[in-house]
Structures are given as C-alpha cells and as structure tokens.
Design a protein around this ligand. Structure first.
Ligand code: ZN
Length: 130
C-alpha cells in the first residue's frame, strides 16, 4: 500500500477521533452527533487539529520508515499482530495521560496513525505476520 494512501487514512481517522475527543470530553457530548460537522462548531481546537494532523502523518509513515516496503525485512515485528497489541495498550495509556499532559496527544495521534497503517496493510493479501 503506498505512502499517500496511508497518510490519507491516518490523518482522516486522527481528525475524526480528535473531533470526537474534543466534543465528548472537553465540551459537550452532543456535538459529536453525526449531523453536526466539525467546521459548524467551535469545539474543535487549533492545537488538537495540529496534534491530529502532524501526529497522524508521522504515525502513518513510521512503520514503512522502520521496515521499508522494498526491503526483505518488510512486515517483520513492526508490522505484526504483536506490535498491534502493544500499540493498543499504548493507545489507552497515552489517552489517559494526555488529559493531564496535553503534549501527549501528539504521541496518541502518532499511535493512531501507526495503528491505521497496520490495519490498512492487514487488508492486503499479504496480511500481517503474528
Ligand atoms: Zn506498511
């Protein structure tokens, strides 16, 4: 799967999650109703958007930087199901810490981008190793 597709998926999902988190936890749960779009509210903060976009881009590129697609090590540990389990744990931990340390949102969205990269790779015939 090429880099552009990974970035689009990673950033798109990061923005959706950011919008949901801002609306649900920081403002008003009802803003996350599907019919209200992010740009129709003022609930979506600028810093959140920066974290989501930059983090989403870095996270969705990262797996293929560590294990380049044209290299024989591609889809090793860093593209594996074990890595995915670790990331899901890290996602929850960073989510909880981020409410106290705002900069940790950047880490959270890097993980979101990374997870989306692995999910996207997992849909290809080659799949992910254990
Ligand atoms: Zn990959």
């Amino acid at each position: 799967m090429n880099r552009k597709v990974h970035i689009v998926i990673g950033v798109f999902v990061s923005i959706l999650i950011a919008y949901w988190i801002d609306g649900t936890f920081y403002q008003d749960p009802w803003v996350t109703l599907p019919f209200i779009l992010p740009w129709e509210t003022n609930y979506f903060s600028f810093s959140t958007m920066v974290y989501a976009i930059i983090g989403g881009i870095i996270g969705s590129i990262l797996p293929d930087v560590i294990e380049p697609p044209d290299h024989y090590t591609h889809r090793g540990f860093f593209h594996s199901v074990s890595m995915m389990r670790f990331l899901l744990g890290a996602l929850i931990v960073s989510f909880l810490i981020a409410f106290y340390e705002t900069w940790v949102w950047s880490v959270f969205y890097v993980i979101v981008g990374y997870v989306m990269h692995l999910l996207a790779d997992g849909t290809t015939p080659m799949g992910l190793p254990d």
